[in-house]
Design a protein around this ligand. Structure first.
Ligand code: UDX
Ligand code: ADP
Length: 452
């Protein structure tokens, strides 16, 4: 086993693999980093000026590292890189299974398994194989089993090094992580990976655990975060009923250092590729181990999220139908500062609105309209139009529904917008970010989540 990692390969050039490897290359000029992906178009985009992932600060880092110690190549060219690698990160998607045992809940490990087969086939020397994607507990067993079938004489140690970055703040999270987690069995492998992170992360922030604890910690951390959002969203509905203000309640609760102020912003519900998938995976694990109480507990977190989306969509639809039945959706991304709309609340909300018979005018700062349209399953897609700017999207709208907390929505000039909207326009602020007084005095009816 090599004591030092000098050559890294990452399989998977997505929202996690791309930014993570860019920051490793930036902070470790002595390490060469190769990112490979099955998707040749994605690799071409990483090699262009139009990166496939939007993250503040990412383009600058890629510009200074690409061609220096960072390269993006397609899978077909990856075999030689694997053969020489000291460490291979697996950073591919682990979506919820759609068929077979555990369908609808368990994570689909087929992409991970195919990476393990690829590594087993091409690795030649001692290689540290690192789980970067979120995995169910004991996924490392599966990876180890596949790796041990390799015929090229490669020897392997598997580590779990889950990523805690959040989209929109990925670069900041990678450069100044609260903690880096390395789970494993072999101390030399663990220390070799820790030495990579020590290039920029303080030793005290590098946590070491067993493999299974590391795998479970990532699922648990995401479940706790999702649970906070569902908790504040459950309180938001009560605030609306009792004329309390959810931001005030969150401020008071968060001032208790045992609770803390972060992740208490009421919303239309959480989205993104992780929370729902990881909660489902956790629920599946609980059920697998016949822990029905914990399974029901985590299911409740998901249920509140669905309920919150449904009730806000229903309010907007009801109001729009009093007029011409047109809703402008402001924000499609699952949060601001990303072009990602995987599991975005906007998808379910748009589908519900279309099903209730309203027409939609969609706008977002970064999301590709055509890609998003493909995710609206309702057949009445004909009732959907896309706009690059807020004003044309709002033109003639009976309801403006803010779904993403993009900064530009917080500073909309409401008096200027009012005259172009429908007759009796309402704003449904699903992120509670606008200046309510300004919007009300401009003539709008205003609903803000969690505001009585
Ligand atoms: C999450 C975890 O934060 C990260 O550590 C993990 O690695 C991946 O999953 P991400 O999904 O990218 O990251 O974004 P996050 O900031 O966690 O937001 C998730 C969702 O919760 C978003 O839809 C966001 O709008 C929503 N949210 C978050 C709220 O509605 N209110 C909050 O207070 C915080
Ligand atoms: P994440 O948010 O976890 O990064 P993404 O879907 O953005 O997920 O990225 C995962 C990437 O992994 C995709 O670009 C996909 O093409 C790639 N991928 C999936 N399976 C394989 C594989 N077996 N070999 C190489 N790349 C893969």
């Amino acid at each position: 086993m090599k004591q030092r990692i000098l050559k890294i390969v990452c399989i998977g050039a997505g929202y996690v693999g791309g930014p993570t490897m860019a920051v490793i290359a930036d902070r470790c000029p002595d390490i060469s980093v190769t990112v490979i992906d099955l998707n040749a178009a994605r690799i071409a985009a990483w090699n262009s000026d139009a990166l496939p992932v939007y993250e503040p600060g990412l383009a600058e880092i890629v510009r200074r590292t690409r061609g220096r110690n960072l390269r993006f190549i397609s899978q077909t060219e990856g075999a030689a890189a694997i053969a020489q690698a000291d460490a291979v990160f697996i950073s591919v998607n682990t979506p919820t299974k759609t068929q077979g045992e555990g369908a609808g809940k368990a994570s689909d490990l087929s992409y991970v398994e195919s990476c393990a087969r690829y590594i087993a086939e091409h690795a030649t020397g001692p290689t540290i194989v690192i789980e970067k994607s979120t995995m169910p507990v004991r996924a490392a067993d599966t990876i180890k089993r596949i790796l041990s079938s390799g015929k090229n004489g490669g020897s392997f140690h598997v580590l779990s090094n889950p990523e805690f970055l959040a989209e929109g703040t990925a670069i900041r999270d990678l450069e100044k992580p609260d903690r880096v987690l390395i789970g494993g069995e072999n101390p030399t492998a663990i220390e070799a990976l820790a030495a990579v992170y020590r290039h920029w992360v303080p030793e005290a922030a590098i946590l070491r655990t067993g493999l299974w604890s590391a795998e479970l910690s990532k699922l648990a951390a995401n479940a706790f975060l999702a649970q906070r959002v569902s908790s504040i969203n459950a309180i938001s509905a009560l605030c609306e009923a009792t004329e309390a203000d959810v931001d005030e309640v969150a401020g008071v609760c968060g001032a208790d250092t045992r609770i803390g102020p972060k992740f208490l912003k009421a919303s239309i519900g959480f989205g993104g590729s992780c929370f729902k998938k990881d909660l489902l995976s956790l629920i599946y694990l609980c059920e697998f181990y016949q822990l029905s109480g914990p399974a029901a507990y985590w299911q409740g977190v998901l249920d509140i999220n669905e309920w919150q989306k449904r009730r806000i969509a229903a309010m907007a639809a009801e109001h729009a139908k009093l007029g011409g039945g047109v809703v402008a959706i402001l924000g499609l991304a699952f949060k601001k500062n990303t072009n990602d709309f995987r599991e975005s609340p906007a998808i379910d909300i748009c589908n519900q609105l279309l099903a209730s018979g309203v027409r939609l005018r969609l706008q977002d700062e970064r999301v590709d309209a055509k890609d998003f349209a493909a995710h609206i399953v309702d057949q009445r897609k004909v009732g959907v139009e896309f706009f690059a700017d807020v004003a044309p999207a709002a033109d003639g709208a009976d309801a403006l529904l803010i779904l993403t907390e993009w900064d530009c929505y917080a500073t909309i000039d409401w008096p200027a917008l009012f005259s172009s909207c429908g007759k009796n326009p309402a704003i449904f602020d699903g992120r509670a970010i606008i200046d309510r007084r300004a919007a009300i005095s401009a003539g709008f009816k205003v609903y803000s989540v969690g505001k009585g």
